[in-house]
Design a protein around this ligand. Structure first.
Ligand SMILES: [Zn+2]
Length: 330
């Protein structure tokens, strides 16, 4: 994994990405439009297109192709899965990185911690997409002591649950949560339809009705936060019914709530957390990992408990939404 834990490198990569995007879209369109307009003008003014003009405009057209091809080639070369720097150098990530960078600048924290804190901003974005690879690639990078230490820590906390009993449609194998693939029209595969169908609450017999394995991870995580002096609470709605999801979908801003049938809340394997400040008040929205240290801790340490925050860089950022890291449909 190629990281870029430096504000300058990150900013440079972001602008490079932006320039390449402009060279691949706006520039060619703009130039093509100009060629088009010029040809039209020649045609109407001179009533003919002489060879010289056609040659000139053709030359301009070749330039466009060359610019596009070069930009596209460079973009493709950089946009590789292991190039975290290029993939995640987005406006949001830079903004958060910059805020945290300046907030930490004059703080009396040792440099390693600062570095770890900043890297976490990139890491959480990275984990969202390829978390499974990161955790499963145990064979790689083992010479790095720190990596090994983190991995052991994860292994200790990462419950290797295995239970193939499909309760409320979810089963767990080697720590991976399996849930049914949404099939349009097949109600039994919709998330949320099985929530109330287990009257004994078997597999879901915890205070809020989460999947038990997920609940165990959540409580371990919240307890560890508490030990470190951070207050975090989980939502009291452990399993969200299909009907509730429909209600959310229809009443919330589009894009905010998942399409009914898709939400992992409906399988009891997602939770919305509440983060608290040290004075006991709830961290207000618009918070950052730094302005809300309990959230900072959560985002940084969730993976050690087999948990992840997948919506940190979504169009509707949900810094409170937590899920198991390893999950798959069946
Ligand atoms: Zn949620």
């Amino acid at each position: 994994m190629f990281s870029c834990n430096s504000l300058y490198l990150l900013t440079f990569t972001y602008y490079l990405k932006l320039i390449l995007a402009i060279l691949m879209t706006i520039v060619p369109i703009f130039l093509l439009e100009r060629i088009f307009i010029r040809i039209i003008q020649y045609k109407y003014k001179k009533h003919r297109l002489d060879k010289f003009i056609i040659k000139k405009e053709f030359k301009n057209f070749v330039y466009i192709i060359v610019i596009f091809t070069l930009a596209y080639t460079l973009h493709t070369a950089l946009n590789k899965e292991n190039n975290v720097c290029y993939i995640y150098a987005s406006k949001d990530v830079i903004k958060e990185y910059r805020t945290t960078y300046y907030a930490l600048k004059d703080e009396k924290i040792n440099n390693n911690d600062k570095y770890a804190y900043l890297e976490n901003i990139l890491l959480t974005s990275y984990n969202d997409i390829s978390n499974e690879n990161t955790l499963n690639n145990n064979e790689k990078d083992d010479n790095n002591n720190q990596t090994t230490q983190i991995k052991n820590e994860v292994e200790d906390n990462f419950l290797k649950e295995s239970d193939s009993t499909k309760l409320n449609n979810v089963y767990v194998q080697n720590g991976v949560f399996y849930y049914p693939k949404y099939v349009y029209g097949n109600r039994s595969t919709y998330s949320g339809t099985s929530c109330p169908s287990n009257p004994l609450k078997q597999g879901y017999n915890n205070p809020y009705g989460y999947n038990n394995y997920f609940y165990t991870r959540l409580t371990k995580f919240v307890e560890e936060a508490s030990k470190n002096g951070y207050k975090i609470t989980i939502s009291t709605q452990g399993c969200r019914t299909y009907e509730t999801q429909i209600y959310y979908y229809n009443t919330m801003t589009r894009g905010r709530a998942a399409y009914p049938g898709y939400s992992l809340h409906g399988f009891g394997i997602a939770s919305d957390l509440e983060f608290y400040k040290s004075d006991g008040s709830v961290c207000p929205y618009g918070r950052t990992d730094y302005s809300c240290p309990s959230m900072g801790w959560a985002h940084k340490n969730a993976y050690k408990f087999g948990l992840t925050f997948p919506l940190l860089n979504a169009s509707y950022k949900e810094d409170w939404h937590i899920e198991p890291i390893n999950k798959s449909t069946y």
